[in-house]
Design a protein around this ligand. Sequence first.
Ligand code: R5P
Length: 261
Amino acid sequence: MDWGMKNRLSKIIKPKDGHTVMLAVDHGYFMGPTTGLEKLDEMVKPLLPYADVLMPTRGGLRNYIPPETDIPICLRVSGGTSIINETNLLHEGIIVSMEDAIRLNVSAVAFSILVGQPFERDTLLAFTQTIDEANRYGIPVLAVTAVGRGLGKDAKYLSLASRMAAELGASIVKTYYCKDFEKIVESCPVPIVIAGGKKVPEKDALQMAYDALQAGAIGVDMGRNIFQSSSPVGMMKAVNAIVHKNATPKDAFEIFKENEK
Ligand code: R5P
């Protein structure tokens, strides 16, 4: 691994503890004006001090995030379908050239693959093309193991998708927390972060983050459970405490409540 790749990875995964808190705000690429992100700039600004990495789209970055912002960027580079196109949901291809990703000075790029759908080959080949192009410039690729309709968020499916992503060349895998999550971690040779998924009560989201860390995840890449919370800053601080300070779910929930007042 060359210096550039190692340097970028150290911006994504914090060397002090090998953990990371990623804040996902890329939802607009297929969900449009997602609840909580209508004014993305106003939502994100107070959250940045408690995030290690920001995951936006290129339009989100250019239009809402000031260029002097001091946070590593993991840029979403896959997409191509919208939430209303149910048959093709997550049938994603490359939506950003590596040249533009470099122009945006990113530390990593993120690509969603969908294993187990008729079009899986399309997403996997575009994914590996992205890995070849990104690695040429020392840019790590985070694989998002998307879950399509009819596919379970279970360890059997997610370990298949996660291991495939790693074998195909991903530097980091993002997947969902589920029962027997440690089996996914054990069979995946690269670090794993969890997505938050749909908004759930804050207590449950914090418990999930804690359980994922206990089972071997190196952090989170959360969106809706942060920015759709009654206190996004409180959730961000609470998740940060779990990931970097080994806080218990109870302590983390207290942190959230303190900030909710
Ligand atoms: C979804 O495809 C996007 O990549 C999201 O950024 C990701 O799923 C994480 O966000 P959330 O925690 O809202 O699921």
